[in-house]
Design a protein. Structure first.
Lengths: 114, 113
């Protein structure tokens, strides 16, 4: 089952604008992660925010987490054409046999136009 | 640095044929290993994970199986493919701590005809 649901499903903006993507989840989490996927490729980890954190920055990325609302947002500032990709949130649950289970949402397709 | 290799990149197989997808990790020891499947326009579904050699856990019942014959090798198999097995298969590894992110291979696009 999908734990995270991203909103919007698709987003088209002009280069230089900011892009905001939202993620909602259903159960309590250990952490929430954002990944990026270029078309036809594997996912790349962008940023992780722990359940006891509210905001985190990494370069042009800003992530917020509201555990009371079970939601997170990813902001990409000053977007570039190279930011065009799909973005997924993923929530962490610890597997009973060990290992980390990341449950992914359905993603937001971001297109940044010149 | 750690790298993950996954092959083949694309595969077209007839219904009923066997399947073997391989994934290897370099530059780390005792990684947690994962197989995910991604349907078109959808998120990722965890199929199998492994925390050590010979230790395989399945998340969903299906036509597929996984094996880990060596520490850094993870294989996804099927004896007889179904049309519904088509999809984008991704291998990933992570460290053994809670905040360890997943590192993905470039995936295999499987089309069952």
């Amino acid at each position: 089952s999908q734990q995270g649901e991203e909103d919007p499903q698709a987003l088209s903006i002009q280069e230089g604008e900011n892009a905001t993507m939202n993620c909602s989840y259903k159960t309590s989490i250990n952490n929430l992660q954002w990944y990026r996927q270029n078309s036809g490729r594997g996912l790349v980890h962008l940023i992780l925010i722990r359940s006891n954190e509210r905001e985190k920055h990494s370069g042009r990325l800003r992530v917020t987490l509201d555990t009371s609302k079970k939601s997170s947002s990813l902001l990409i500032t000053a977007s570039r054409a190279a930011d065009t990709a799909s973005y997924f949130c993923a929530t962490l649950n610890i597997l009973t046999g060990g290992g980390n289970k990341l449950t992914f949402g359905t993603g937001t397709q971001l297109k940044v136009e010149l | 640095s750690q790298t993950i290799h996954q092959w083949p990149a694309t595969l077209v197989q007839p219904v009923g044929s066997p399947l073997s997808l391989e994934c290897t990790v370099e530059g780390t020891s005792n990684p947690n290993l994962y197989w995910y499947r991604q349907a078109a326009g959808r998120g990722l579904q965890l199929l199998f994970y492994s925390v050590g050699i010979g230790q395989i856990s399945s998340e969903v019942p299906q036509n597929l199986s996984a094996s880990r014959p060596q520490d850094r090798q993870f294989i996804l198999s099927s004896k007889k493919l179904l049309l519904s097995d088509s999809g984008f298969y991704l291998c990933a590894w992570s460290g053994g701590y809670r905040d360890s992110p997943l590192h993905f291979g470039n995936g295999t696009r499987l089309t069952v005809t």
